[in-house]
Design a protein around this ligand. Structure first.
Ligand SMILES: Nc1ncnc2c1ncn2[C@@H]1O[C@H](COP(=O)(O)OP(=O)(O)O)[C@@H](O)[C@H]1O
Ligand SMILES: [Mg+2]
Length: 335
């Protein structure tokens, strides 16, 4: 029986952990499906690293059950370790060797190099991580982003199914972050599951297919982003499934509008728009249009602008979906 194919990539049930007298994790449960890029989001101290260390067999859970592809992290540690690639948050890399030497060393240590005779796996990882041009570079001279990439390369050597990355993008510059995002998407397209944590909501959120938000050791919400957004919208408005598209929402939102026209022209064009509450200057030369409603209201605003011959170049929500979810689900607990 192929256990790995049937069970979720990661399954966490009623996980508790305590340091001293302090409950760091309180009844945390969630599932990560195969092939997902799953964002584990929460402020510093929320308990992300503690959860990740349990998943990675480095910390025994005090109560609850955690499985990777059906294997229990407390019982089947060897299987779990073979299945996962774990990248800790602040791991150092050996400095005084080259990129290739570093990867060959770990290929030997992991027993994937046929006793040091065959480094095909290192070639594959160098190519995948785009480190092949830097293979002779001393690790000490690499940028933070490149070191991070090298670490990711290291944990790919044994071809793990599930990658568990603790804050992989923290401290990276924007370019390195974009490159990390592209690499994660490539790994996903190779069939891997990626679980990553972040205390910065927007850091890698746009690559995540699902998220879990953790606050003070408690799971606030988890699931696919679109599903959470729909669930929240329905709960907020008391709207039944299926009615959502027809019932105007009462939620206040803001659009960022980029037009080849002045604020006054836009204000005039939207003067009679029933959902619009105001027009003002927005960031970066855009205009901010306040409105109450859902996507129907957005469509109405765009139609009115087009009818009034206002050249529209861009229409964006002020916040992305995940930011809205985060503000909504966490506001009750943050005082
Ligand atoms: N080894 C430890 N001993 C005592 N307290 C710890 C230990 N590790 C973490 N903590 C505490 O547990 C809480 C959660 O920490 P952590 O899991 O690292 O959170 P996060 O990764 O979300 O920032 C924090 O309050 C932290 O101080
Ligand atoms: Mg942490």
């Amino acid at each position: 029986m192929n256990v790995a194919a049937e069970k979720p990539a990661i399954r966490v049930r009623h996980l508790w952990h305590r340091f001293g007298a302090y409950d760091v994790l309180r009844d945390v449960s969630f599932d990560v499906g195969h092939g997902e890029i799953f964002g584990f989001i929460g402020p510093n101290g929320a308990g992300k690293t503690t959860t990740i260390r349990v998943m990675s067999t480095l910390l025994e859970p005090m109560a609850g059950r955690v499985e990777v592809c059906g294997y229990d992290v407390s019982i089947d540690q060897d299987e779990v370790r073979r299945l996962i690639g774990y990248m800790p948050d602040h791991a150092g890399v050996y400095d005084r060797i080259t990129v290739r030497e570093y990867l060959e060393f770990f290929a030997d240590a992991y027993g994937v190099s046929s006793g040091g005779k065959n480094y095909a796996v290192v070639e594959a990882v160098l190519e995948l991580t785009d480190l092949d041009k830097l293979e002779s570079k001393l690790v000490a001279t690499m940028s933070k982003g490149m070191k991070q990439r090298l670490q990711l390369g290291r944990i790919l050597l044994h071809d793990p199914k599930v990658l568990i990355l603790d804050e992989p993008a923290s401290d990276l510059d924007p370019r390195a972050r974009i490159e990390m995002r592209d690499l994660l998407m490539e790994l996903r397209s190779m069939g891997k599951t990626v679980f990553l944590s972040s205390h910065i909501l927007t850091e890698l959120a746009d690559v995540c297919t699902s998220v879990a938000i953790l606050e003070r050791g408690k799971m606030v919400v988890s699931g696919p982003i679109t599903e959470i957004a729909e669930r929240l919208a329905r709960a907020r408005e008391g709207v039944h499934v299926g009615d959502a598209a027809r019932t105007p929402s009462v939620v206040k939102r803001t659009l960022r509008l980029r037009v080849l026209a002045t604020e006054n022209v836009v204000r005039a064009a939207l003067a009679d728009a029933p959902f619009v509450t105001g027009v003002g200057p927005g960031p970066g030369g855009s205009l901010a249009v306040g409105f109450t409603g859902d996507d129907l209201a957005v469509a109405d605003i765009v139609k009115r602008l087009v009818d009034a011959k206002v050249p529209v170049c861009g229409v964006e929500p002020e916040r992305n979906e995940l930011e809205r979810i985060f503000l909504e689900v966490t506001k009750g607990d943050l005082q």
